[in-house]
Design a protein around this ligand. Structure first.
Ligand code: NOJ
Length: 555
């Protein structure tokens, strides 16, 4: 690592200060290929993002999380990384990356970048070297190579399935097999190899020195693996009687935290320390290990991705997660949408709830999406989440209330999930359609020359410039809410208010009250100053169904 104090002046200036900035931050996720296209090749890029920093500042976010922007063959939307210390030429250059950091920092916005440490891409220099080298070589030891079973090793080392469908082992020309728990283009790193560990430390320092403020860590629960001579079967992997908690072969092993402890030492050399948030699909009580201050420091809670329009579910999710965050010393996290799931403006407009996958499989026909209902409810739950203690992660386009696109023709689809699991899952293209910035013009202002995924005609009505002019638009609701939150947010505590069972209401310090009506009847509002509402109140004294209000009450 270079001397952290030799970072550019703007980096040091932006850094100076609050080591806890992330605890109650609003973080906006950019999926760079679909945010804004500066050079007209139909693919979003850094120039596009730089041109829209004003939008982010006006929105009032504290930080940006940028999904992978590294050179990649896009076998998995960029989560197949060819080179961890460079920018994909279609997305920009390292100089432009520096420009972006500077532009964000100048507006007081931090930058978190996505790090993909479980697997690389099959085009990564070290994987190519592994292919060129012999079985048993140091080059192969950086990945997970094995001989096959059967007389000539023609059978894979185990019957494991990849998470994207198909076998988790792929054979190379000399007969050995390599492990990939995702696509075959994403070979898993061997984290037992010190060279791999050292190289990732170099990567972390490379970006830390360039001014990033933190990392979102992809599949953080998979890096460490226990791979005995005789491997368990796919069925064994799911049999809880065959392994102790924390000692599974592939997932959520206790010793994965040794890796993060090393990273933390590096993070703490920066002032303020770099932050990290783990993507770890693990049971809630195991999540706190990832959120530990001696490790990554924060972890995503994905419960709201699955929350139905149900007050009891919301109450439980909120109290459980606040209770978990406390002993971990971290803060809670809240997220309704990201680049892997059906947008919540659509989810909440589907009768029967659920994750929207069946609706996607029906090409958006069953059930019929109720856009108005989806808009009302998604605005209401977002306003609720923005009043909670902890960090809220927003996904690009949700500030426009953008629904999911279910009508992408098969031939235009890009997601590996569609190709490998088509018929069971439609994949994630529908939430990755390039954003509409303007009502008119090529690709609704995404770029000067079309968009890499087709945008439907109805995107026009969601365009940022249309919403900018309308005081009651979702965009202006987000802006108001984020502005207020910044002023109101103090200690991360919450006090539940006793209400009707269909109403979720709580008070934060400063008399800040959030109240959401999940029922079918209007409910009385307490006395207080009305701060913001997710929908029209009509009569000032009652809160209509499907609506959240923030009030300032006298404590
Ligand atoms: C989680 C990411 O969010 C997802 O998009 C990706 O496909 C997998 N990890 C594999 O990297």
């Amino acid at each position: 690592m270079t001397d952290v104090n030799s970072a550019p002046a703007h980096v040091l200036a932006a850094r100076g200060g609050d080591p806890d900035w992330w605890r109650q931050a609003v973080v906006y996720q950019i999926y760079p290929r679909s945010f804004a296209d500066g050079d007209g090749d139909g693919i979003g890029d850094l120039a596009g993002i730089i041109s829209r920093v004003g939008h982010l500042a006006e929105l009032g976010v504290d930080a940006v999380w940028m999904s992978p922007f590294y050179p990649s063959a896009l076998a998995d939307g960029g989560y197949d990384v060819d080179d961890y210390r460079d920018v994909d030429p279609r997305i920009g250059t390292l100089d432009q990356f520096d420009e972006l950091v500077e532009a964000l920092h100048a507006r007081g916005i931090r930058l978190i970048i996505d790090l993909v440490p479980n697997h690389s891409s099959d085009r990564h220099e070290w994987f190519q070297a592994a292919l060129a080298a012999k079985a048993g070589s140091p080059e192969r030891d950086r990945f997970i190579f094995r001989d096959g079973q059967g007389e000539d090793g023609e059978l894979p080392p185990s019957d494991w399935r990849s998470l994207f469908g198909g076998p988790a082992w792929t054979r190379v020309p000399d007969g050995q097999w390599y492990l990939h728990i995702f696509a075959k283009e994403q070979p898993d790193w061997n984290w037992a190899n010190p060279e791999v560990r050292a190289d990732f430390l170099r990567t972390l320092a490379f970006w830390g020195d360039r001014g990033v403020d933190g990392f979102r860590v992809d599949v953080a629960n998979a890096l460490s693996k226990r791979l005995p001579e005789v491997l368990p079967s796919q069925e064994d992997l799911a049999d809880e009687t065959l392994y102790a908690v924390g000692d599974h072969w592939l997932w959520d092993r206790d010793d994965v935290h040794d890796i993060y402890a090393e990273w933390r030492t590096l993070f703490n050399k920066y002032d303020p320390p770099l932050m990290a948030v783990a993507e770890a699909w693990v049971p809630a009580e195991r999540r706190i290990r990832y959120a530990d201050a001696a490790g990554l420091g924060q972890a995503f809670n994905f419960d709201l991705l699955r929350a139905d329009w149900d007050p009891e579910q919301f109450r439980t999710i909120i109290s459980d997660n606040l209770a978990l965050a406390e002993p971990s010393g971290s803060s809670a996290t809240w997220v309704f949408s990201n680049h892997d799931v059906v947008r919540h403006a659509t989810r909440y407009g589907l009768a029967g709830g659920g994750d929207g996958n069946d609706w996607l499989l029906s090409r958006g026909t069953k059930p019929v999406e109720d856009r108005d209902l989806g808009a009302r409810r998604s605005r209401a739950v977002t306003l609720l989440a923005l009043a909670l203690p902890g960090s809220t992660y927003l996904y690009q386009g949700e500030e426009l209330g953008l629904p999911e696109v279910a009508t992408i023709p098969d031939e235009a689809r890009q997601d590996v999930v569609f190709f490998r699991k088509g018929g069971i899952e439609m994949g994630r293209d529908g939430c990755r359609v390039p954003l509409p910035w303007t009502e008119h013009g090529t690709s609704f202002g995404f770029g000067p020359n079309g968009a890499h995924l087709p945008q439907p005609a109805w995107f026009a009505e969601y365009a940022a410039d249309v919403q900018d002019k309308s005081p009651d638009s979702t965009l202006n609701l987000y802006r108001r809410a984020l502005g207020l939150r910044r002023k109101l947010q103090t200690a991360g505590t919450l006090e539940w208010l006793m209400t009707d069972s269909t109403v979720v209401a709580f008070r934060r310090p400063n008399g800040w009250v959030s109240m959401t009506n999940f029922g079918t009847e209007p409910t009385a509002l307490p006395e207080g100053e009305l701060l913001v509402t997710s929908g029209p109140l009509n009569d000032g004294n009652v809160l209509p169904p499907d609506t959240t209000v923030w009030l300032r009450t006298v404590e």
